[in-house]
Design a binder for this molecule. Structure first.
Ligand code: NAD
Length: 286
């Protein structure tokens, strides 16, 4: 049987989630995705209308199939956690079962089990503010959407993951080196995500034989990255200074994720794998 992958954080064809879905599909996996509730309608209608057809083309010429798209909001674990104003928001009330617990239950009901869990989402409402100017709420919101969201997803999906399964998240080097401009507590959120990768690798490995790794990806002009406002500068900086002087493609990150999710990586867990043209290894810009 082919493997089944659930990819959380796909809402268009520009980001890492989409690229990871494609690499996994090219390797023979069945693809199901989770899309942030406010982005669901436009993503599903674009998919239906064929807007992504060109980006769906796999190396063998066939089109990537997405078996099912689930609405999700990774900052809520169960219906009791959802505030009234969100519940009554038109975009949210138009969908159902989008808290993390309900999502895992729905996937279980529809598919029984999965083999691969990908977390490709982040959100920091104050990302454009320096850490020194970040509010407590902004900081906690960044951690909730970008770090605890992974703990919560893994917690709810582990029971339906087959032993030998793998989970992968996406991180950024701002967790360990100073990257001015990556503010609002997002650098802190990525540090938490990387630390949690190690602890969760231990817990999920011992208990369920599941591997947990994270990819520290170089800069990509995704929707989320454009919102931060400094992505072109980061891409230029990498081009000028990295050992490999080429623009990083989302596909290169997708392929590394497919490797990490595969039996080829059966002894790799708790790792932060850099997929950044080697930029992390530089000490000074040249
Ligand atoms: P993206 O916009 O394609 O993906 C981010 C996704 O998160 C979006 O689909 C958005 O709808 C979703 N999202 C936001 N809040 C959510 C919530 N509460 N619940 C569910 N989904 C939610 O952008 P991307 O850059 O591909 O981001 C994917 C991952 O890659 C993120 O973890 C990001 O930090 C990481 N990353 C990106 C870069 C880069 O330069 N783009 C570099 C390193 C790491």
């Amino acid at each position: 049987r082919g493997k089944r992958a659930f990819i959380a954080g796909v809402a268009d064809d520009h980001g890492y989630g989409w690229a990871i879905a494609k690499s996994l599909a090219a390797a023979g996996a069945e693809i199901i995705v989770g899309t942030w509730v406010p982005a669901l309608n436009i993503f599903e209608s674009s998919l239906r209308r064929g807007k992504f057809d060109e980006s769906r083309i796999l190396p063998d010429g066939s089109l990537m199939e997405i078996t099912k798209v689930y609405p999700m909001d990774a900052v809520y674990d169960s219906p009791e956690d959802v505030p009234e104003d969100v519940k009554s928001n038109k975009r949210y009330s138009g969908s159902s079962k989008w808290t993390v617990k309900e999502l895992a239950e729905a996937v279980k009901q529809d598919f029984g089990s999965i083999d691969i869990l990908v977390h490709s989402l982040a959100n920091g409402p104050e990302v454009t503010k320096p850490l020194l100017e970040t509010s407590r709420n902004g900081y906690l919101a960044a951690i909730s959407a970008s770090s605890y969201s992974f703990v919560s997803l893994l917690k709810e999906f582990v029971p339906i993951m087959n032993p030998g399964g793998a989970s992968i998240s996406l991180t950024y080097i701002a967790s360990e080196r100073i990257i001015p401009g990556y503010g609002g507590g997002m650098s802190s959120a990525k540090a938490a995500l990387e630390s949690d990768t190690r602890v969760l690798a231990f817990e999920a490995g011992r208990k369920h034989k599941i591997r947990v790794n994270t990819i520290s990806a170089g800069p990509l002009r995704s929707r989320a990255a454009k919102a931060i406002g400094f992505i072109d500068m980061m891409i230029d900086y990498s081009l000028a200074n990295a050992p490999l002087q080429k623009e990083l493609s989302a596909e290169e990150v997708g392929n590394a994720a497919a490797f990490l999710a595969s039996p080829l990586a059966s002894a790799i867990t708790g790792a932060v794998l850099y997929v950044d043209n080697g930029l992390n290894a530089m000490g000074v810009g040249v």
